[in-house]
Write a protein that binds this ligand. Structure first.
Ligand code: NAD
Length: 258
């Protein structure tokens, strides 16, 4: 069976759990060698072992994407272990909520360093490796909050909108070198952090109520996002660049009732 990502090397940030783990799994199943880069070493090692059990080439590197030297080390890890880098998935992110009038600069900088700046820095060091390979795909995991948001999602929505802008700039500037950039904007996904929010009834959230509000009537699982990213990372998606692909079960097609 031909696997579209055979001989490609991928680096996935935040791949220890949640959406990143689903993406890493699907890239591995399509034949890619996967570098799992995450701040959580214990869970990251477990996720990497799962990929190896699937028969994939996979390794873990402890990485905090808010630290430039650790990003450089992660990209170098891909090069030394697998000979280069073809696919970068900027997935690691945190959904922090602040009051815009009381948030302090350090909190803004900390939020942006993970949700926006880290993606740029990963691209900064990945692109030269992709140029050396003559090809590359950068997939940035944004959110439906990039284009339509709700109350108390500050500054997450701002960061995700920035990530879509970053995607477009990268696509324009590096397209001539056969490097594509695509933003993927999920709606609700049953990742670890979302499961925890439901369990704790954070903001009064109830899973059944959320599911009923989604046109598709269910919440995606991380591998749903993984299937899309695996396609976008493959040469079958060679004409898809500089755009945002929404994967949200239809929620952004509908006006809110109130
Ligand atoms: P999650 O919290 O379940 O998993 C996030 C992973 O990122 C964890 O493994 C965590 O250890 C890692 N991480 C956190 N900070 C890091 C850092 N500084 N450096 C490296 N790794 C770090 O989250 P998730 O729900 O799977 O979200 C993944 C991405 O998808 C995020 O960018 C999020 O904004 C986006 N997203 C999620 C949803 C959803 O409904 N779950 C919807 C839209 C977009």
């Amino acid at each position: 069976m031909v696997r579209p990502l055979e001989h490609k090397v991928a680096l996935v940030t935040g791949a220890a759990k949640g959406i990143g783990q689903g993406i890493a799994r699907q890239l591995a199943l399509q034949g890619a060698a996967v570098v799992v880069a995450d701040i959580d070493a214990e869970t990251g090692q477990l996720a990497t072992a799962e990929l190896q059990e699937l028969g994939a080439k996979a390794s873990f590197i402890e990485t905090d994407i808010s630290l430039e030297e650790q990003i450089i080390a992660a990209v170098n890890h891909a090069k030394t272990h697998y000979g280069g880098l073809d696919i970068l998935v900027n997935n690691a992110g945190i959904n922090l909520s602040y009051d815009a009038t009381t948030m302090i600069s350090q909190e803004w900088d900390a939020a942006m360093s993970i949700d926006l700046k880290g993606a740029w820095l990963c691209a900064k060091y990945a692109i030269p490796e992709m140029r050396a390979r003559g090809q590359g795909a950068i997939i940035n995991i944004a959110s439906v909050h990039a284009t339509m948001t709700t109350y108390n999602v500050f500054p997450y929505a701002a960061a995700k909108a920035g990530l879509v802008g970053l995607t477009k700039s990268l696509a324009l500037d590096w397209g001539k070198h056969n490097i594509r950039a695509v933003a993927v904007s999920p709606g609700w996904v049953l990742s670890d952090v979302v499961q925890k929010s439901f369990a704790e009834h954070k903001n009064g959230l109830q899973q059944e109520v959320v599911e009923a509000s989604i046109p598709a009537k269910f919440i995606a699982v991380p591998d749903d996002i993984g299937h899309l990213v695996a396609f976008l990372a493959s040469d079958n998606a060679r004409y898809i660049t500089g755009t945002e692909i929404v994967i949200d079960g239809g929620i952004s097609a509908r006006f809110a009732e109130q």
